[in-house]
Design a protein around this ligand. Structure first.
Ligand code: PMP
Length: 406
């Protein structure tokens, strides 16, 4: 499928805006993606023409919006290659999806002395919930090391698994380095030992096609806002068998079958995990984002981002003052770096004056920063609407900054 990023840019109204009076060069898609008109329109249409609460009304409007909400779930199920739409739980974001698994599955399945295996590459969202669970259960959090390129040490991973390991939780793509982890291998190795695997796909789903059944994972999480959809909308995929055996995470309205003051009974998955009124328009907006991406084709987006990543890497490597952090053989979408003598925050500020929006900081991955012995990095991250000229602007800004600090 041929994909024209220059044409796709006109789908994103915000790209016509300025930043500090300069044309906006948006290089922070790993933090959150901008929204195409199709998503904005679907959300407006929901509020203008269809809005009511779901599941409750007996009137036409409520029946219709309930159907639209469920259609969005079916779109997500198809997008992830799930066997059934009941395997899709709507949450607020990837963070809440991981918390749900840690709090529900984790509490039910961990005991003192058990172990949870994560990796050095994880976002705080895939560290802290497990850490708290381990503290509560007197269990142990074990961390797979990485090499200097930012790739997992798979021998250590294999050696770390034991009869005490209850779950493996790993990112599909690292938000701070862009490393694409060998998740198929991770799942295969863990499953050989009967250990379930949660994959954090927050940075993967916007960049290439994901099929949870092909990967074989037990849980898969992502955030709608990184998938060109609305914020406040997230997804947990869980194998039906696991979700059915899990206790509710939050409780209240909409997730119950019956309530009495003595005892309540709950709906089956996914509804027992969706207490209270959800982000109805958010689900519909997420469905629209999935339709939009299907219209372009994730293969085309993957190809485009890999090509741009290689271009950016080449440009950055040509600057002697720049040190790339994260040089995995398989990486995409994220260029993390430090510049000799310039703090990443100063760099971010100087680039901002040029209209270039990057992220500077620890990227919610403090242990990873420690591993590379840096307090922070500058991070340029790519989306489907980025073009070579965006990276040229970044490089021009970097040269300016280097001159200023000379
Ligand atoms: N995991 C990864 C890999 C991420 O990049 C992010 C967001 N930066 C998260 C989890 C958390 O996403 P959210 O804040 O949307 O819950």
């Amino acid at each position: 499928m041929s994909f024209d990023p220059y044409a796709a840019r006109s789908d994103f109204p915000i790209l016509e805006r300025t930043n500090r009076g300069k044309p906006l060069v948006y290089l922070d898609t790993a933090a959150s993606a901008q929204k195409p008109r199709a998503v904005i329109d679907a959300i407006s249409d929901c509020y203008e023409n269809h809005y009511a609460n779901i599941h409750r009304g007996v009137y036409e409007l409520s029946e219709r919006i309930t159907r639209m909400h469920e259609e969005a779930r079916e779109k997500v199920a198809a997008f992830l290659g799930a066997a059934e739409s009941r395997e899709i739980v709507f949450t607020r974001n990837a963070t809440e999806s991981i918390n749900l698994v840690a709090a529900s599955w984790g509490r039910q399945n961990l005991a003192a002395g058990d172990e949870v295996v994560i990796t050095t590459l994880e976002h705080h969202a895939n560290i802290v919930p497990w850490q708290l669970l381990c503290e509560e259960k007197n269990a142990r959090l074990r961390v797979v090391p990485i090499n200097d390129a930012g790739e997992l040490e798979m021998h250590s991973f294999e050696a770390m698994l034991s009869e005490r390991t209850r779950i493996v939780a790993a990112s599909h793509v690292s938000n701070a380095l862009g490393t694409i982890n060998p998740v198929r291998k991770i799942v295969a190795i863990a499953h050989e030992r009967g250990i379930p695997v949660l994959l954090d796909g927050a940075q993967a789903v916007p960049r290439f096609g994901v099929d949870v059944r092909e990967l074989g994972c037990d849980f898969y999480v992502f955030s709608g806002h990184k998938l060109y959809g609305p914020s406040g909308m997230g997804v947990l995929y869980g194998r039906a068998e696991l979700l059915e055996a899990m206790a509710p995470y939050q409780s209240g309205g909409d997730m119950i079958e019956t309530v009495s003051f003595e005892k309540s009974t709950f709906k089956s998955a996914p509804y027992k995990f969706e207490a209270g009124t959800p982000d109805i328009a958010g689900a519909i907006g997420l469905g629209a984002a999935i339709d939009y991406l299907a219209g372009i084709g994730l293969d085309a987006i993957e190809h485009h981002e890999l090509e741009l990543t290689a271009y950016g890497k080449e440009l950055l490597e040509a600057i002697p003052e720049v040190r790339l952090i994260g040089t995995a053989a398989k990486k995409t979408g994220v260029l993390s770096f430090v510049v000799e003598g310039i703090h990443p925050h100063d760099l971010g500020t100087i680039l901002d004056m040029e209209g270039v929006a990057i992220r500077a900081g620890h990227h919610c991955a403090q242990p990873l920063m420690e591993r590379f012995d840096v307090p922070a990095t500058a991070r340029a991250s790519l989306g489907l609407y980025n073009i070579r000229e965006d990276l040229d602007h970044l490089i021009a800004g970097l040269h300016k900054a280097i001159e200023m600090f000379r």
